[in-house]
Design a protein around this ligand. Structure first.
Ligand code: SAH
Ligand code: SF4
Ligand code: F3S
Length: 474
């Protein structure tokens, strides 16, 4: 029992969560799978594609690991710690598997792609290893694994986008939905494993994207986040008439589905976000005024080693352009502390670029060398761990101050908030987000509003990462 409790417990600092619609024993399925997803939003979206493929092949979903015939981990390789978390989880499953010899355990996603059949050898109790472009073959692989054969498919594809697969929504609040618009990445940032685990960049058929967004809207969703490692380089050529669709055009088409459908996107590479995209954002009130624009480092020398293709000055000019076109737009970033050869001066440059860009929020990491990447081949991982950690802490502290200042600027103002559900702390409060992607909490009192409504909120204060407000009544 204790083991099951451990296995079922919510955990981990990664965006991790088991999925979903509580099928369990009462549904029409005779077999059930349990899936946990790690890493980026694209991995979470892929789990929804996997759920759809499995549902068509007789597997219902369950969030109760006890009744699962198949356990899947959709894994991330971005940093070593992400892989360690998965390995730990696999050892936890080991006992369960000895108790239930028919149980199959599969590893999906980026770690499957990176380690390939090595995973079967290293983790003796893994039965399936399936890379991100091979999910259509899952039903066959499950059959193979069920008869004791080696079940591995880690072939990457140049054209797979799962465009025709209608994802089964997982762990969704019924208000915000994620839609993958492209796969892979061609950028080759030297620190990054993604081009190796996800393969070449390819854009999904624009019609299928718009149809999926429209379908979500018709089902009551109020917010779409378009996903890709580098959404601004979205480019789809229609084979029927040879016309092409850019990201700005796609953004506009999705925004036009309805003015009451919010549109977001992630992630933007600073080198690819165009004025056309910024003007499209400015033109439509329902395109959220928030851009995640990872800088990685504030030092031009380090940026060059990272192969980011922009300089410090170029990046800051891009942020200035965003604010010029959309003065209310918030900007967030990803930052890596302690990349190869980083000096104290380089680190100070990162701190000063954060201050100059006035990030409203940042995701901050220390550098973790990934085997096979350009940086691992070319540069020595020469910054001692304690230095990396100290620099990271300084970066976190700076961001803390910047986020507080950003929140302070919002106090006394009104924002349109989309209600996503109850606040985490209390069901006497609603939780929602502003267009700028800030979380807002406000008391329900007896106001006749509900999840999915847009409301005007007056911001009276804030705590940590949350704005505190009151509903404006007319
Ligand atoms: N495609 C996105 C980010 C994908 S990975 C982009 O280009 O911005 C998310 C973040 O993880 C990266 O922005 C980077 O900050 C961080 N990251 C990637 N590889 C890393 C590594 N080897 N060590 C530490 N952080 C890393
Ligand atoms: Fe990795 Fe760079 Fe591609 Fe982002 S753009 S996924 S950081 S290679
Ligand atoms: Fe991780 Fe793969 Fe996403 S490495 S960040 S799950 S693309």
């Amino acid at each position: 029992m204790e083991l099951l409790q451990t296995l079922n417990k919510e955990h981990d600092e990664l965006r991790q969560g088991e999925v979903f619609s509580d099928a369990t024993q009462q549904d029409q399925f005779t077999k059930h799978f349990y899936i946990e997803s790690y890493g980026c939003a694209m991995n979470f979206a892929d789990s929804e594609v996997v759920a759809s493929i499995l549902a068509k092949n007789g597997f219902g979903s369950t969030r109760n690991i006890e009744v699962a015939d198949l356990i899947l981990l959709n894994t991330c390789s971005i940093r070593e710690k992400a892989e360690q978390t998965v390995r730990k989880r696999l050892t936890e499953f080991r006992k369960l598997k000895t108790q239930n010899p028919g149980l199959l355990v599969g590893v999906l996603g980026c770690m499957a792609e990176r380690l390939k059949s090595k995973l079967l050898e290293e983790e003796k109790l893994v039965d399936l290893v399936v890379g991100p472009d091979a999910y259509r073959t899952l039903p066959d692989l499950i059959n193979d694994a069920g008869t004791g054969q080696k079940a591995v498919n880690v072939l990457l594809s140049r054209d797979e986008t799962y465009a025709d697969i209608s994802p089964v929504r997982i762990d969704s609040n019924g208000i915000s939905g994620f839609v993958s618009i492209m796969r892979g990445c061609n950028n080759m940032c030297s620190f990054c494993v993604v081009p190796f685990t996800r393969g070449r960049e390819r854009s999904r058929d624009a019609f299928s994207i718009v149809a999926e967004c429209r379908d979500l809207f018709e089902k009551g969703y109020k917010e779409i986040t378009m996903l890709g490692q580098n959404v601004d380089s979205y480019y789809w050529n229609n084979p029927e008439n040879n016309s092409s669709t850019t990201f700005a055009m796609l953004l506009e088409t999705v925004a036009l589905i309805s003015p009451t459908l919010r549109v977001r996107f992630s992630t933007s590479h600073p080198k690819d976000i165009t004025d056309e995209v910024l003007f499209t954002m400015a033109k439509y009130p329902n395109i959220c005024k928030y851009i995640h624009l990872p800088v990685q480092s504030g030092s031009t020398r380090v940026l060059q080693l990272m192969n980011r293709t922009y300089t410090r000055e170029w990046y800051l000019a891009k942020v200035a352009r965003i604010k010029e076109i959309m003065p209310t737009c918030t900007v967030s970033s990803d930052i890596i502390a302690g990349f190869c050869t980083e000096t104290e001066q380089d680190h100070q440059d990162t701190i000063s670029i954060m201050q100059a860009a006035q990030y409203d929020y940042s995701y901050m990491y220390f550098y973790s060398e990934r085997p096979g990447t350009l940086a691992a081949k070319r540069y020595e991982d020469d910054i001692p761990e304690e230095v990396k950690k100290r620099r990271l802490q300084e970066i976190v502290d700076v961001q803390w101050t910047l986020s507080n200042e950003s929140n302070k600027r919002d106090v006394g103002k009104c924002f349109e908030v989309l209600i996503e559900g109850d606040s985490k702390k209390s069901d006497a409060e609603w939780m929602g987000r502003t267009s700028q992607n800030k979380v807002v909490v406000f008391p329900k009192l007896n106001h006749p509003v509900k999840k999915g409504d847009y409301v005007e909120i007056f911001i009276a204060g804030f705590t940590k990462g949350t704005l505190l407000g009151t509903l404006k009544t007319n």
